[in-house]
Design a protein around this ligand. Sequence first.
Ligand SMILES: Cc1cc2nc3c(=O)[nH]c(=O)nc-3n(C[C@H](O)[C@H](O)[C@H](O)COP(=O)(O)OP(=O)(O)OC[C@H]3O[C@@H](n4cnc5c(N)ncnc54)[C@H](O)[C@@H]3O)c2cc1C
Length: 337
Amino acid sequence: MKRSERKISSRANNISNADPIDKVQIYGAGTAGSFLYVLLKQSGFKVGIKDIRREPDCKCAWGIMYREANKIYKKIGIDLQDYVLAKPEYVITNKIEFKNKNVVIFDKKKLLEDVWKEIEFKEIEADILVDSTGHRRALLPAIKEDKIYPTIQTIEEHRAEENIYVYACKTGYAWAFPLGNNRWHVGAGDIDETKATELIKKLREEFEFRKDHEICKCKGKIRLLPPSKCKPFVSKNIVGIGEAIGCVSGLGEGNVPSLRSAEILCECLVNDELDKFESMIMDEFRWIEVEHKFIEAIQEGKRLTTLLLLPKVVAIESKRSAKLSIRGMRRLIKLLK
Ligand SMILES: Cc1cc2nc3c(=O)[nH]c(=O)nc-3n(C[C@H](O)[C@H](O)[C@H](O)COP(=O)(O)OP(=O)(O)OC[C@H]3O[C@@H](n4cnc5c(N)ncnc54)[C@H](O)[C@@H]3O)c2cc1C
């Protein structure tokens, strides 16, 4: 067994005489990896980072929970306010309106570009490797029954009120997110890519988003599995963070959870408590587990489970994103095809 492997497995087995981890190699400089890089550097670690891309990946609708993200990004000297493009007033799903509380649309690409300016991309001889390669999960063992949804997205110009517009069905949804200056992210994700295209059509009909000229178009992927189904988080000398270990909510929110998972890993490394990483992730993301169970219950037509979980989901999202109501959500669930 290599020295690095011995160190990490020693911690997993709670053996106290292993040397502390001080050299970390990160793979994937997306939301979680680039943030972890800066955090670890600030804490005095020797850090290497590598990405397969030449510029940051922007395949995201760019919605983020302002309060949580602002607090997190402050730790690396970033003021999220500098990147906010729009503060939508309502989240309108299948024509049902919910008051937005905390979702902003931010220029994720610009933010990541600014973080990348601080990064020296290189590989180092490290004690541990971090898998922050998102849905690819390039280093950790593959997940047996993985659930990767295809996504499509365009940037388009529209004159419409700056709300978040959603057309949802049981297996996915289409969205229109305002980017300011009449620009919009219009996209969809569904188990089936053809269905995603149909969902965008429905969204256009429902909210009168004509198919105007596209500024750009891309396809992506998102892992929609909770952390409990993405184990192991630690394997030999590899530790996962972000979407690689299922830090994405049942509704597809992955930005703050990915950042938070990086923060947790940094905390574990600083305190030399890597053995606590898995349980800390599970504790932190209990709410994600609930949301995935809720979505699964809707998809499988389990009415009772859906109704039992509904108040929990309403409480979670009313705190995190928009002011949901049980009545509104029950109406919405009835409309889902
Ligand atoms: C279309 C779409 C819309 C979304 N909209 C939202 C939204 O509005 N709000 C929200 O909160 N979440 C959203 N998400 C989810 C969110 O974008 C992700 O969950 C989040 O970015 C995950 O962060 P991450 O750092 O784990 O992975 P990523 O940000 O995906 O970063 C992974 C990085 O790893 C790199 N990489 C891949 N393979 C390798 C390799 N072998 N070696 C080195 N590097 C590698 C990639 O180039 C990339 O830079 C959306 C996702 C999609 C696909």
